[in-house]
Design a protein around this ligand. Structure first.
Ligand code: FE
Ligand code: FE
Length: 285
């Protein structure tokens, strides 16, 4: 397969937020019903998943982890990363869509409003900073999208699983069993999920945040597991125990998008203090 074929149209989404807007529509609540999902998926979202499912091979994931999760790309403070992420040019309507910092603060402020501990509030602020991958030049399909397991049989619980047919891994015999190259119950820590902003940020913050926070960060896009119950045969006892934290986090991530836009400058001192409580001035990215 010619990967350059995919590069031409590597940005089908108007902005990365379009993936999350679609999630909100796929997983409505009684307070947030948007439309009949199955009948009206946006063509841009469908094309995004076609690219994601076609090009995220096991080998690709290994290579991207080697490239980014060794943290040799740059050094910056957490606040600098937030400002850097905010430079993402967004083709969608700037009057109605929250900026990247605003989404982070909507998430953290809704966690804070529910009286959760400081590490949980900070998790909300951090959780999407891995999207700076886009600013390093990575295509949308390598940064966002629901994550799925590579190196084993694809789950039909993954959205648009029919597109996996064009992934070269679907022709690799050892990847065609339920466990593939893994031991049953080995835990997701041992499984190479499709690469994206979750895995990258997990490595960036893993020395600084508590285990529950790291779990939420690393698996917040793993909708096939935390929403659909897929890949349970690969989960460990620890994964099952941590599942409640990802689910708890997910409601703030998805459903705070409809909240009021936060006043970033007013909130900044609170968050600068919170960041300083957990992080040194500069960290490796
Ligand atoms: Fe995210
Ligand atoms: Fe998010």
């Amino acid at each position: 397969m010619d990967v350059s074929e995919g590069i031409v149209d590597s940005a089908p989404l108007d902005s990365m937020d379009e993936w999350e807007d679609d999630l909100l529509e796929r997983y409505p609540t009684k307070d947030h019903v948007f439309r009949d999902y199955a009948s009206e998926v946006r063509p841009t979202v469908k094309e995004f998943y076609r690219l994601n499912h076609t090009y995220q091979t096991h080998e690709f994931v290994k290579a991207k982890k080697e490239q980014y999760c060794t943290l040799n790309t740059r050094k910056m403070s957490v606040w600098e990363a937030m400002e850097f992420l905010n430079t993402l040019v967004d083709d969608s309507d700037p009057d109605t869509d929250a900026t990247q910092i605003e989404h982070l603060m909507q998430t953290s402020e809704s966690i804070r409003a529910d009286g959760h501990p400081r590490w949980f509030i900070l998790t909300g602020l951090l959780h999407d900073l891995g999207k700076v991958l886009c600013l390093y030049g990575e295509p949308q399909w390598a940064v966002v999208g629901d994550t799925f397991a590579t190196g084993c049989r694809y789950s039909d619980k993954v959205v648009f699983s029919e597109f996996f047919e064009s992934n070269p891994d679907s022709k690799v015999p050892e990847f065609q069993t339920a466990n593939g190259i893994y031991e049953p119950g080995c835990g997701f820590d041992k499984v190479d999920l499709s690469f994206g902003h979750d895995e990258y940020l997990y490595h960036v913050v893993k020395d600084y945040m508590p285990p529950e926070s790291l779990y939420m960060i690393r698996y917040h896009s793993f909708y096939p597991w935390h929403r659909e119950g897929a890949y349970d045969h690969l989960a460990s006892a620890e994964d099952r125990q941590m599942l409640k934290w990802v689910k708890e986090f997910n409601k703030y991530d998805l459903y705070s998008k409809v909240d009021e836009r936060p006043n970033v400058e007013k909130l900044r001192p609170f968050y600068e203090d919170l960041i300083a409580e957990f992080f040194p001035a500069q960290i490796r990215w």
